[in-house]
Design a binder for this molecule. Structure first.
Ligand code: GLA
Length: 395
């Protein structure tokens, strides 16, 4: 394990334990979490690994294979938002949020490794937070319920790292189960596991990292949030979740706000439609029929159009990837995550995704060719299998 070898190199000796927290993809429900709506993410096989040991005193030292250079050392008693910047703000923020919630931590040394591509919209930062949260609580001998760790990790991201995200990514990393997507009601925080294992039923999930820049902190994400809040205020409702009929938006005269509202409303509906389709399928075997996947795919592509035209968070590489994937036989595809860069998720019949080399299979080939035509950096493909949430690794 690369985190363990990094630990040995940097700190000497063996770590007390190693914890893994996955990145996530989202099947449906984008920009719905902070509107108190529904999301349907699943955990990826790719994740962040933290090899860690307790140490005497109150110093926390973190190093990462993805951030060559000096380890970052902080004093647990001196942590405050703004004091730590860069990647180390995420683990330090988790320590801060845990202590703020009353969980006393020991000093620790943590070595981090990740195979979630950074900037690909696959929540590498949430995975970093969740791996750190599990490592620190386990070292302290604390048994903090997962639901509480979700809110602690989110607090680290929002208040310590200063990124105003919703609750989807940390929930996915800490609560998902292999072979399932997680239906999360972002108002009540109720969750339920929805069987979702395309590989068992002749289909596949392909992630296309468009390699375009992904920056949530750059203002556009916050602007969308503010627009949604403003629309809810003008409609006289607590959040866009409370809208039950699009016809009730007649009083919204601003065409931009109307489009934002239409996206959130229809994406919430699409989450529930996908859940109903999956739940109606005979599972786990043989699982959903090709017709069901076709229907889910249609909803995915519809969601992409909504994110592109109504919410206006897509980007050219994502639009081209969706078009090429669907043209080459994918059931459907859409951008995932906050937008303005990152990845596209395609649901594909197994036959359209044979082979694992770059560009092999009809869908990969068509997307690669489309990027080459535009002169863009070649995309990166990742298989996305709904996987287990964060856990301690043995050995
Ligand atoms: C980012 C945020 C999430 C969510 C998505 C959009 O991934 O971290 O909370 O808002 O964007 O659905």
């Amino acid at each position: 394990m690369r985190a363990v070898s990094l630990f040995r190199e940097r700190f000497g000796g063996e770590p007390d334990g190693t914890w893994l927290a996955p990145g996530r993809a989202n099947l449906m429900g984008e920009h719905t979490d902070y509107n108190e709506g529904f999301v349907l993410p699943f955990a990826l096989g790719q994740g962040v690994t933290a090899a860690a040991s307790q140490r005497a005193g109150r110093r926390l030292t973190v190093c990462s294979r993805q951030a060559p250079g000096d380890a970052v050392e902080v004093d647990l008693d001196g942590l405050a938002p703004g004091r730590v910047t860069g990647w180390a703000a995420y683990p330090a923020g988790v320590a801060w949020a845990l202590e703020a919630a009353g969980h006393r931590l020991p000093g620790a040394c943590i070595a981090i490794d990740s195979d979630v591509p950074a900037g690909a919209g696959l929540s590498s930062s949430a995975a970093l937070e969740c791996a750190t949260a599990l490592a620190l609580t386990s070292l302290a001998g604390l048994d903090v319920p997962r639901a509480e760790l979700v809110t602690i990790a989110r607090r680290a991201e929002n208040e310590f790292a200063g990124v105003p995200t919703g609750i989807m990514d940390q929930s996915a990393s800490l609560l998902c189960r292999a072979g399932h997507a997680l239906l999360l009601d972002c108002r009540t925080l109720e969750t339920s596991q929805v069987p979702f294992d395309p590989a068992a039923g002749g289909a596949g999930l392909l992630l296309i990292n468009t390699r375009a820049r992904h920056e949530l902190a750059d203002g556009e994400y916050g602007r969308r949030r503010a627009e949604c809040e403003e629309a809810a205020r003008r409609l006289g409702i607590r959040s866009l979740r409370d809208l039950t009929d699009l016809a009730d938006t007649g009083s919204l005269t601003d065409p931009v706000l109307r489009r934002r509202v239409r996206h959130v409303f229809t994406d919430n509906q699409r989450v529930l439609e996908v859940v109903a389709l999956l739940r109606a399928s005979p599972g786990p075997s043989p699982g959903p029929s090709a017709d069901t996947y076709r229907e889910i795919g249609r909803l995915l592509t519809q969601a992409h159009a909504s994110l592109r035209d109504d919410f206006e968070v897509s980007w050219p590489e994502a639009d081209a990837a969706v078009e090429a994937a669907v043209g080459a036989g994918a059931y459907g595809a859409r951008m995932i995550g906050g937008g303005f860069g990152g990845s596209v998720l395609a649901l594909v019949p197994a036959a359209a995704d044979q082979g694992s080399g770059p560009g092999s299979g009809a869908v990969r080939g068509a997307v690669t060719a489309a990027f080459a035509r535009h002169g863009w950096t070649a995309p990166e493909f990742l298989d996305a299998a709904p996987s287990d949430s964060a856990r301690e690794l043995s050995g």
